[in-house]
Design a binder for this molecule. Structure first.
Ligand SMILES: C[S@@+](CC[C@H](N)C(=O)[O-])C[C@H]1O[C@@H](n2cnc3c(N)ncnc32)[C@H](O)[C@@H]1O
Length: 202
């Protein structure tokens, strides 16, 4: 049973193609970008996978196997309905305790989900699941300005009290033991074309 705020979020996102901002072309581009760092048939996890939209892209671009983890049953049900014979294992559960062995993953992918448990917390838990040399790719909300308006600050104070800049996130990650490779800003279209647009249409 989720708290009423989370339950409302789940209800709002039911049936939507993506459960957060993102862009297929950009996701594919990043998958291609990290592919030289991965072995053949990589073992991957999609943390906070929603309906597994990106899990299918991971299989299409990188092959291998994806453990797709989300704690929202309606989203995992959507993923199960779409699954045919793709090597994706849906897991209904907490992305901080996905039931995976330490050092078992070549790639952890997470779009728009880490903030829900605190980015630092997520990075800390996920590091132990990566094999030496493993790769983490995640997207999340960050400040692009040092002085946001009072209204915007008040909103994010509730949504993610730990929100910080890209630079702060890089520092957090490096303090935990990650080596930073690259970062990119999601284009505005990633919020509208595949996320807010379909949400407005429902
Ligand atoms: C903004 S949505 C993004 C979903 C998906 N990655 C996408 O881009 O379509 C965040 C997702 O994280 C999931 N989530 C939040 N906290 C979680 C937790 N502790 N364990 C597992 N999933 C979680 C939510 O159910 C939701 O599906």
């Amino acid at each position: 049973m989720h708290d009423p705020f989370i339950q409302a979020l789940i209800d709002i996102h039911r049936g939507l193609p993506r459960k957060g901002p993102g862009d297929d072309a950009l996701s594919r581009q990043w998958m291609v970008h990290v592919s030289p760092l991965l072995p053949a048939n990589p073992k991957m996890a999609d943390m906070g996978c929603g309906n597994g939209h990106t899990s299918f892209l991971l299989i299409e671009v990188l092959g291998g196997h994806v453990t797709a983890v989300d704690f929202a049953e309606p989203f995992i049900d959507e993923l199960k309905r779409r699954l045919t014979d793709e090597p994706i294992t849906p897991v209904l559960g907490d992305m901080l305790k996905p039931g995976l062995e330490p050092e078992s993953l070549d790639l952890i992918w997470s779009e728009g989900a880490a903030f829900a448990v605190g980015i630092e917390n997520a990075l800390n838990h996920w590091l132990s699941l990566l094999k030496p040399g493993g790769v983490l790719v995640f997207s999340d909300a960050v400040w692009f300005t040092p002085d946001p308006t009072a209204e915007v600050s008040a909103f994010w104070e509730k949504a993610d009290p730990n929100i910080c800049s890209v630079g702060d996130n890089i520092n957090r990650a490096e303090r935990l033991g990650y080596r930073f490779l690259a970062a990119q800003t999601l284009p505005q279209a990633a919020w509208w074309a595949s996320y807010y647009g379909p949400m407005q249409d429902t």
